[in-house]
Design a protein around this ligand. Structure first.
Ligand code: BGC
Ligand code: ZN
Length: 361
């Protein structure tokens, strides 16, 4: 079967022929992959800055944002049956008995760093025709979300962040936070803005995006104002928005993020989700940030990966988005490419939002 493989030593990316997998235990299912989304992590992997092949392999099959259809299930599988649509989680637990997070099925909080991630770290991904996976990593998706369910995984970033926000803001038992700023207007930012909106937040997006017409159109349609970082300083933005309760950072642009950190409202929480490349030191006014944080009871947290619960809430939220904004939701996917053209999907076309490799229909 065909697969998109990154050869790290040779620094090459190719569509290859890879042996098709079959079931090896009664707790597994075999899926045919329908759609695989492409994100910044994939772009880093195909430019050899990130990503590790499985042990003993000189290449890594990429792809971690997926939608598949079950074709066959092992004898003890009960969650899904042939014909069902599923989205698979990304991270697999580390082997260490002492890692309570992994032992509890919360490898998104792994302590040891010896987890694997499909399509990213020591585990082949989904940009291929057939995959086999354990039942517990499958999340069933209703058929009516067929066209958009590849967006579940990028939405889980916001879902895990929301889970974290609700958990930490229980320290303020009198009201839910209500004013949110999303940093970045890529797919993670847009999907995050939708989730925050549906959760009742007043949402604004602050972003530096050349060619942002399509992004603007999407945000307009969901009633989220776009504030351009090219023309508005972080100070202007904070004045326009009013006291900020939550910042959902979805760019990996650390200098902008730390600027925004200075303008949080009282008792606010700031969630970092981007993974910036190392571009060298940037000066920040640490006194100002520390003073504000202490004098305003603020909290900064980082969040990576997502547990099954976040996949389930993403699937639920996607259903709500599809009801509120059917056209707009579909328009988040701006490009579909056959597997032979996967390398084009991996390039960042100006103005595109989410590129998808459409492997089967
Ligand atoms: C994926 C996460 C993963 C992270 C770091 C992201 O693109 O969505 O599942 O944990 O990259 O590898
Ligand atoms: Zn672990």
């Amino acid at each position: 079967m065909r697969a998109v493989a990154v050869y790290t030593a040779e620094r090459e990316v190719r569509v290859i022929n890879h042996p098709a997998p079959s079931l090896t235990s009664a707790t597994q299912a075999r899926m045919r992959v329908l759609d695989v989304g492409v994100c910044g992590t994939d772009r880093e992997i195909v430019s050899f800055q990130f990503g590790t092949p499985p042990e003993g392999s000189d290449y890594l099959i990429i792809g971690h944002e997926s939608l598949s259809e079950v074709v066959e299930v092992g004898a003890s599988v009960s969650k899904v049956k042939a014909g069902d649509l599923v989205v698979m989680t990304v991270r697999r637990p580390c082997p260490h008995p002492s890692c309570v997070a992994c032992r509890e099925g919360r490898q998104d909080f792994c302590y040891t760093g010896d987890f694997t991630e499909r399509g990213i770290k020591q585990n082949h991904g989904y940009m291929t025709e057939l995959v086999v996976e354990e039942e517990r990593y499958l999340n069933p998706v209703p058929r009516h979300l067929r066209d958009v369910a590849v967006l579940v995984e990028p939405l889980t970033i916001a879902e895990k962040s929301l889970e974290q926000i609700w958990t930490v803001q229980r320290r303020l038992p009198w009201e839910r936070p209500h004013r949110a700023v999303v940093l970045g207007a890529g797919p993670v930012g847009i999907l995050g803005a939708m989730a925050l909106k549906v959760e009742g937040f007043e949402v604004s997006v602050y972003s530096r995006s050349p060619n942002h017409e399509e992004k603007n159109r999407i945000l307009d349609a969901i009633g989220v104002p776009y504030i351009a970082a090219e023309t508005h300083s972080t100070e202007d933005m904070a004045k326009t928005v009013g006291p900020i309760d939550v910042v959902y950072e979805a760019t990996g642009a650390s200098s902008v993020a730390f600027e925004v950190l200075k303008h949080l409202g009282p008792n606010a929480v700031f969630v970092f989700t981007g993974v910036p490349g190392r571009k060298g030191p940037v000066p920040v006014d640490t006194d100002e940030i520390m003073r504000n944080m202490v004098l305003n009871n603020q909290l900064v947290l980082g969040s990576v990966n997502a547990p099954p619960q976040a996949f389930q809430s993403a699937i639920r939220h996607l259903g709500v988005f599809a009801q509120h904004w059917p056209q707009t939701l579909r328009s988040v996917i701006t490009g579909r490419f056959p597997i032979e053209h996967a390398l084009e999907a991996l390039q960042n076309q100006p103005g595109s939002v989410k590129n998808v490799v459409a492997i089967a229909s």
